[in-house]
Design a protein around this ligand. Structure first.
Ligand code: GDP
Ligand code: GDP
Length: 438
């Protein structure tokens, strides 16, 4: 089943090296390191891998809190970590020793029940290792000496973090329950649509906490099918200061996406598509969730018989990577066409967990090859031996070949299209993995 990856958040006062470590762990320079403390980073969230662990990592230092005083900013960043993460890496600077700002962070982290791993950064050479003992005073046990510049000590640090991954409580919803979330920028109508779906004027109050985290889910049943609406940014914590920053609301959306089978990407029909919509939709696609594009506020749009077609065309142009996603037009306000939504959710969810028969799959693939010969490179031709479905949510296919490098993007795309034509898979991404036959 679609299961959320563990989330690791890095916290600490400015300039201790959080974004340097984030980049190291992520393995590419996704954020900008500068000498100025508190510079805005491009990216503060990424998936990462350590040994056999897949996880997501947040650089809380990149959450821009605005003009708040220094200690207040640190506090808010620490709270984001406490809210969002399964494990917190508390980062300090071995060259400067324990500071009062470190103690401030420590106090906030004590109060959370989250596991904390203490890292002492900028321990660039072994002689400096003696300086880490002071950090025991912060009360988080053994400090892990690391060097972001030299890439030292990261293995031990991540081992310590990963030890907490398996201790997470697992989700308690059965596989037959469809979990979905509504994502989209503020004011697009997420809360209104939830209420419209639930047929009430307010979000249901009998919530159950789904996980160890603070997420509040709304389970309900309709026409014999059980659903859970996963809480998203802007739905419940409205008004709180940390809802006000775009990056933070993206984070909350990401967590909801991770926990969902189906993601409804809401677009404001009145205002049209903006870049932020694309960013959010991109995450749903990357996470391998089923995606439905929902155009809300359709009541407020002046229309003739061509308007819907035109809008859909513009969506297709903006969201080319989501060519599999159905588009639904609704009004949460007037409840018009709301009833069209659940059948589409059911369909997308079904396709997201669809398994196909190997024999038919191979017939489709071999027919495709016969129709469009495999690519060659320097006289070597791609040979496809066998295809098999290895996973659902999303449907994932391994294609055994002679040399995986010969599988070009365009040919992969061609195979994907043939598979889609044969089996459907509307609403869900599918994944093709070329692997050398042993
Ligand atoms: P952040 O504000 O906590 O995210 O800190 P940055 O990652 O932006 O790093 C602040 C400064 O410390 C930058 O000039 C980095 O190059 C430097 N820095 C980061 N890690 C190390 C390290 O391991 N050793 C040394 N000597 N400098 C480091
Ligand atoms: P959220 O921030 O995404 O949860 O958005 P809300 O559900 O709070 O809605 C934001 C505003 O848009 C409110 O004033 C709603 O009344 C309005 N709104 C929501 N859905 C619709 C709709 O379908 N049509 C119109 N005209 N307004 C809507």
């Amino acid at each position: 089943m679609a299961k959320a990856k563990p989330v690791v958040a890095i916290v600490g006062r400015p300039n201790v090296g959080k974004s340097t470590i984030f980049n190291r762990v992520v393995g590419e320079r996704v954020s900008i390191v500068e000498d100025t403390p508190g510079v805005t980073r491009d990216r503060i969230y990424s998936s990462a891998e350590w040994l056999n662990h897949d996880f997501n990592i947040i650089d809380t230092g990149g959450i821009d809190i605005g003009d708040e005083p220094f200690l207040e900013q640190i506090r808010q960043q620490a709270e984001v970590a406490i809210d969002e993460a399964d494990v917190i890496i508390f980062m300090t600077n071995g060259r400067e020793g324990v500071t009062s700002a470190d103690e401030h962070v420590a106090k906030i982290l004590y109060k959370s029940n989250k596991p904390v791993v203490l890292a002492v950064n900028k321990v660039d050479n072994p002689e400096m290792r003696d300086q880490i003992y002071d950090f025991y005073s912060l009360g988080f046990g053994e400090p892990y000496p690391i060097s972001g510049s030299h890439g030292l000590g990261l293995g031990d640090l991540l081992d310590a973090a990963a030890e907490h991954f398996d201790k997470r409580e697992t989700e308690d919803y059965g596989d037959e329950v469809i979990k979905f979330s509504l994502i989209g920028r503020p004011n697009v109508g997420k809360s209104s649509l939830v209420n419209a779906l639930l047929g009430e004027d307010r979000v249901i109050v009998s919530n159950v906490a789904g996980t160890t985290r603070d997420a509040v889910d709304t389970p309900y049943k309709y026409d014999g099918q059980e659903y859970v609406i996963i809480d998203t940014a802007g739905m419940r914590k409205k008004g709180k200061v940390y809802e006000s920053t775009e990056k933070y609301s993206v984070l909350r959306a990401l967590r909801a996406i991770e926990r969902s089978d189906v993601v409804l990407v809401l677009i404001d029909g009145e205002e049209g598509i903006i870049d932020q919509d694309k960013k959010i939709a991109g995450y749903a696609h990357d996470a391998g969730r089923a995606v439905i594009i929902v155009v809300n506020k359709w009541d407020a749009v002046e229309k003739d018989e061509k308007t819907m077609d035109k809008f859909e065309k513009s969506i297709r142009a903006h969201f080319q990577f989501l060519d599999y996603a159905p588009v639904v037009f609704v009004s949460a306000l007037t409840k018009k066409r709301i009833h069209t939504l659940l059948p589409v959710i059911n369909m997308a969810s079904e396709n997201h967990s669809m398994r196909v028969q190997s024999s038919i799959l191979n017939e489709v693939v071999m027919d495709a090859v016969a129709m469009n010969p495999t690519p060659t490179d320097h006289g070597r031709r791609l040979k496809i031996f066998y295809a098999t479905q290895v996973a659902v949510k999303p449907p994932t296919f391994v294609i055994f070949v002679n040399e995986p490098e010969l599988m070009h993007f365009s040919y992969e795309r061609f195979l994907e299209n043939r598979i889609r034509e044969a089996f459907g898979f509307e609403g869900t991404p599918i994944r093709l993995i070329a692997r050398a036959r042993k």
